[in-house]
Design a protein around this ligand. Structure first.
Ligand code: FAD
Length: 486
């Protein structure tokens, strides 16, 4: 899914260590020969750079190929300990195989990636355990100089609480190893969710693009109050058309944004009916508990004129609604990839700013994305992914990866969105390799004080600058010339 010419993020070699000790050997070797190395778990970070290294010519450490064991699943504490190559599918299947029907895993929209890589990139899933970083407990890390540490309770020999108490004693160091180039994670502990006695998906549709501000204002108190219990999604109708897997040209042959009347007419043929926004959510627990929450949600959403709840009984089994239903219940799926078919040779890159859950912020961000969509003539799908007290707007931009001009337009639209968002006080939660310097540059309060701190840590921990130089915009001083790569 490259958005820049492939040689820009090309690895010179790939190595497949089988153990923490082999990772240490590689790190020692990299220091000896001053070769940059770049760790991945499964490398399926699609939309954010995939398996590619930040610096051309790096040796990629593909940990997932051979370090793919589920080291532990504890059915009483609801925890597990994983190596980097355990995919969401593998964990889900193992939980099922062992008959642990009382536990759920949490999965992002695509279940083919690893639990470790997604968690380290602070990825998102859609059960109440959707904030993966918040749900983890304990890391084993190989430092850039080759030593191994265990964080939290893992530092206490004989401890049996590594996966149940994340903090241990003293400074809490785990954060230093997420979205970072300070260490290579070889084991990660994860908490699992107790399976609720029952669960029920629901879907609301809203008729006008301008309803957005009111919907978001309604969502905020419901989400913070845990009436809306999962990391839920408010999606544009265009994305729902696209996730059918049909190309845009099936609906509209012209250039530029697909006209509203076409979207409305096409949606009218689907179970969602004529609409601009669709809310996908799930309610958990026994019927009498769900009923209270679902009634409250219904009363609130119906304050938006024209809002409709679509009865799941009327939705055919091959509809995307049922993919969301699986994911919100922790069952991995891949249907989400279908919207890449919207354009020929569909590839994608994401702009993912964070904002308060407020109507005015949602509207401001949508204006920014619409402006750059029209300026560059790109195809985008905005979806508001609502955490607890904030929301990520995930703007997926799909482009023809074999067309240099389409790649350039996609990247230019992303760069424009990042800059405009930063001017209004919005920053990205995660980004593509090609945008890391730009995004890091927007977090520049007090004369770049945070980046200076990160760079000081980088030089102290990695004096030769061999581990993922430039990842998240953090360059070792030995690599200062690398800034030219941005
Ligand atoms: P990797 O690619 O292995 O890792 C991600 C990054 O973390 C790497 O680049 C590396 O820098 C670092 N890293 C990985 N392992 C280590 C390690 N052991 N030590 C140190 N650093 C490491 N993502 C979401 O979060 N939520 C979604 O809902 C979602 N939906 C998607 C939908 C579509 C259609 C697409 C195309 C993508 C979506 N993604 C989503 C993005 C992506 O597919 C997933 O996040 C995927 O799980 C990431 O791949 P991975 O787990 O193999 O991670």
């Amino acid at each position: 899914m490259s958005v820049v010419p492939k040689h820009e993020f090309m690895a010179s070699a790939i190595v497949y260590p089988a153990s923490t000790a082999e990772v240490q050997t590689i790190v020692v070797w990299a220091n000896k020969h001053t070769i940059p190395i770049f760790p991945i778990s499964m490398g399926r970070n699609l939309g954010y750079g995939g398996a590619a290294p930040r610096v051309r010519g790096s040796v990629v450490l593909d940990l997932g190929r051979r370090m793919n064991k589920i080291l532990d699943i504890d059915p009483e504490d609801y925890t597990c300990l994983l190596e980097p190559g355990v995919s969401c599918y593998a964990l889900y299947e193992e939980v099922q195989r062992r008959g642990y029907t009382h536990m759920w895993i949490d999965t992002p929209d695509l279940g083919g990636g690893s639990v470790v890589g997604n968690t380290l990139d602070r990825g998102v899933g859609y059960t109440p355990y959707g904030d993966h970083w918040a749900a983890h407990s304990g890391l084993e890390v190989v430092l850039p100089t080759g030593e191994v540490i265990r964080t939290g309770m893992g530092a206490l020999p004989g401890s049996n609480t590594w996966q149940t108490f994340p903090y241990g004693f003293g400074p809490y160091s785990d954060g230093l190893f997420s979205q970072s180039n300070f260490g290579i994670v070889t084991k990660l502990g994860m908490t699992l969710m107790p399976a609720p006695p029952d669960h029920e998906s629901f879907m609301y549709t809203f008729e006008r693009e301008d309803d957005l501000a009111q919907i978001i204002e309604i969502i905020r108190p419901l989400r913070i109050g845990n009436i809306l219990e999962n990391v839920a999604q408010l999606r544009s109708a265009v994305q729902t058309l696209a996730v059918s897997g049909r190309p845009k040209s099936d609906f509209y042959k012209g250039s530029g944004r697909i006209p509203k009347d076409v979207v409305e007419a096409e949606c009218a043929k689907l179970p969602i009916g004529k609409c601009e926004w669709i809310y996908y959510g799930m309610s958990y627990g026994p019927k009498h508990i769900r009923q209270y929450k679902l009634d409250t949600i219904d009363t609130e959403f119906k304050k938006v004129s024209g809002a409709r709840r679509i009865d799941p009984a009327t939705i055919p089994k091959d509809n995307y609604f049922w993919s969301r239903d699986k994911i919100a219940a922790g069952e991995p799926d891949l249907e989400e990839l279908l919207w890449c078919n919207w354009v020929l040779n569909g590839s994608h890159i994401a702009f993912s700013p964070v904002s308060p859950i407020r109507g005015k912020d949602a509207t401001a961000l949508l204006e920014i994305t619409n402006k750059h969509q029209d300026r560059q003539g790109v195809e985008i799908f905005p979806a508001f992914v609502v955490g607890l007290r904030e929301m990520h707007l995930i703007v997926e931009c799909v482009f023809d990866k074999h067309s240099p001009s389409a790649c350039e337009a996609a990247l230019a639209s992303m760069r424009g969105m990042v800059d405009d968002a930063a001017k209004s006080g919005y920053g990205e939660y995660r980004t593509h390799l090609a945008l890391m310097d730009q995004v890091a540059g927007t977090y520049n309060w007090n004369d770049n004080a945070l980046m200076k701190f990160h760079e000081r840590l980088k030089d102290a921990l990695d004096p030769n600058g061999i581990l993922a130089p430039g990842k998240s915009g953090v360059w070792p001083s030995s690599f200062a010339a690398g800034r030219l790569l941005s």
